[in-house]
Design a protein around this ligand. Structure first.
Ligand SMILES: [Zn+2]
Length: 579
């Protein structure tokens, strides 16, 4: 009893201490590239007197390390507490920096590691391939479907399998063990951890989504320090978190209008994907902008060739006078490769001229490689994630094969030159696993009876891959059994969704997710009771590590376990961005 009281008092003290803390950005244990720009911010818990404020770096007045004085804000908007803000600070000398801030009552200390990039520049070009939500089971299933397997051995390897360096990558963010694509991508592009929904910023306490402490992206560094070309290629909307992470600074990834403006101001040389709805002025039908800015016109006036179909893209890329390329092929996300090449479902009928991701990479490389200084290119196969959310694993795996085919294009480019670092990874994982096969010929009343595990699984009987490396059909009699670890209530059909992308659950009038009744009458469909909160209509990201595969100059640093922020460091070192 006494002990419980003591613990109670102790906890109360902890709470008091926490609420009076002084918060410093960049946060404790931040790793910062020497010479990169970052916003320095100190948040005080209450209105404080400026003459009571003391901030030191390694024991000396902070202005010595950071170069100039911060602005004192007596009452931050929406918070009514004081803060110190210094935009675009940087530290040139590598080392450990201990930063202490005090308001005269409370003191906080954080430690930063500022790192340089010793040695000469190793890579002329960097290509970063991201499979959004790309998990180990996606990779294994892609190898089975696109290469075949017998005698326990694959008939071939994926392009990414043949790369010499590999590591496991930790994906957690500042605020949570589970990341989203925004803070995960920011870790790759800035070397700083951040919070769910935040792009290129530390999430501060004020409600304004555009005033958070910024950190510099690799796109900015590549242009500012080396005058490299920068390319962003995706099959999602270009404003979506992963592509946006190359240039954006916002606390809220859904700030699409702002993200388009930030792309425009970034000077990105090649930008291709979907999401044209956020480029069109409000008055244009199909626009989702809140203003009348016409970003298609703005990009064109800035010298970008605009392409909206596969054919236009090929023509523009083949034209040596194309130095800047804007490709917008869809108002929203492009369709999956299963829908585009095989089923003609999704929105393919309405948008029949969408390019294939490997061709987009080929076009981007053609334009970017004209820059004699080199380039940084990010390529995303983004629908792996979208289809994993909707438990549509076949679509996700086919888009993983497409990712690998895009990697093949990158490898061919690199093979001719030897000066290109290639990284292939995911921003986070999803919870799916291959457990065996579903065999329609197995006797039994329910589909569960037809799940073969261990020896009964044998091998699936997908057709041999076609010339491009895809199986021509997924609807075979003995197919992979893949199940998810997390899901809403939904009907498991044990079959590929040939009528169009899967919609496992929908929200009812009370905002409760219920299994989508459209699948109730699929023969053998089984209701699975969800494990997620009642409003979730989809599966969610998982905290499992992701795999990073790499080749080319600088890739030898890819080994063992790495934080996602270390992946930025690999690219920065290969390009010697800290010199
Ligand atoms: Zn996702």
């Amino acid at each position: 009893m006494v002990r419980r009281v003591i613990i109670g008092v102790f906890c109360a003290l902890l709470l008091v201490t926490a609420s009076e803390a002084v918060t410093i950005y960049p946060i404790h244990r931040a790793t910062i590239l020497a010479g990169s720009l970052f916003d320095f911010k100190v948040e005080f818990d209450g209105v404080v007197q400026p003459d009571k404020v003391r901030v030191t770096v390694n024991g000396a007045e902070y202005t010595q390390a950071l170069g100039r004085a911060a602005t004192f804000v007596e009452k931050e908007k929406g918070v009514d507490k004081s803060a110190l803000v210094l935009r675009d600070a940087s530290i040139g000398a590598p080392g450990i920096y201990s930063v202490t801030a005090s308001d005269g009552v409370t003191t906080s200390t954080v430690s930063w590691e500022v790192y340089g990039t010793p040695g000469p520049r190793k890579a002329k070009n960097v290509i970063l391939f991201i499979g959004d939500g790309f998990s180990v089971a996606h990779r294994t299933a892609a190898r089975i479907l696109s290469k075949g397997i017998s005698e326990g051995k694959y008939q071939g390897m994926l392009a990414m399998d043949g790369m010499p360096h590999m590591a496991l990558v930790g994906t957690s963010g500042v605020d949570s063990v589970i990341t989203d694509s925004a803070n995960a991508m920011s870790a790759y592009t800035t070397g700083h951890k951040s919070s769910v929904n935040a792009l290129g910023v530390y999430a501060d306490r004020t409600p304004d989504t555009l005033d958070d402490p910024k950190v510099e992206t690799i796109a900015s560094l590549a242009k500012r320090k080396l005058n490299l070309a920068v390319g962003v290629v995706t099959n999602t909307e270009v404003e979506d978190a992963t592509p946006a992470g190359m240039v954006a600074h916002t606390r809220r990834r859904s700030d699409y209008d702002v993200i388009v403006e930030q792309f425009y101001r970034s000077g990105v040389d090649v930008l291709m994907g979907g999401g044209s709805a956020s480029f069109l002025p409000k008055s244009t039908p199909g626009s989702r902008r809140k203003d009348d800015e016409d970003y298609i016109a703005k990009f064109q006036q800035a010298g970008y060739a605009l392409v909206t179909t596969d054919q236009e893209m090929r023509q523009a890329a083949a034209n040596p006078s194309t130095k800047k390329l804007l490709g917008l092929f869809h108002p929203g996300n492009l369709d999956t490769v299963l829908d585009r090449k095989f089923l003609k479902k999704g929105t393919v009928e309405k948008f029949p001229n969408q390019p294939d991701l490997p061709d987009m990479v080929r076009a981007a490389l053609g334009v970017l490689s004209q820059n004699p200084n080199g380039f940084v290119l990010m390529v995303e196969s983004g629908l792996i994630d979208k289809q994993a959310h909707t438990l549509d694993w076949e679509r996700a795996v086919m888009d993983t094969i497409m990712l690998d085919k895009a990697v093949e294009v990158g490898k061919e480019f690199a093979a001719q030159r030897g000066d290109t670092l290639i990284l292939v990874t995911a921003d986070h994982s999803h919870g799916l696993a291959i457990v065996g096969t579903v065999d329609d010929s197995t006797k039994g009343k329910d589909m569960r009876d037809k799940i073969g595990v261990y020896a009964d699984a044998k091998y699936p009987n997908y057709p041999a891959p076609n010339a491009e490396g895809y199986p021509d059909t997924l609807d075979v009699s003995r197919r992979l059994a893949v199940f998810f670890s997390n899901f809403p209530d939904y009907y498991e059909t044990f079959r590929p969704k040939l009528d169009g992308p899967f919609v496992p659950a929908v929200q009812n009038a009370e905002k409760i997710a219920v299994a989508n009744e459209n699948y109730k009458n699929v023969p053998g469909a089984m209701l699975r009771t969800g494990v997620l909160p009642y409003d979730a209509t989809q599966g969610v990201h998982t905290g499992d590590d992701v795999v990073l595969t790499a080749m080319g100059p600088g890739s030898e640093r890819v080994v063992g376990f790495m934080e996602n922020t270390d992946v930025f460091r690999v690219m920065a070192e290969a390009l010697a961005l800290g010199n």
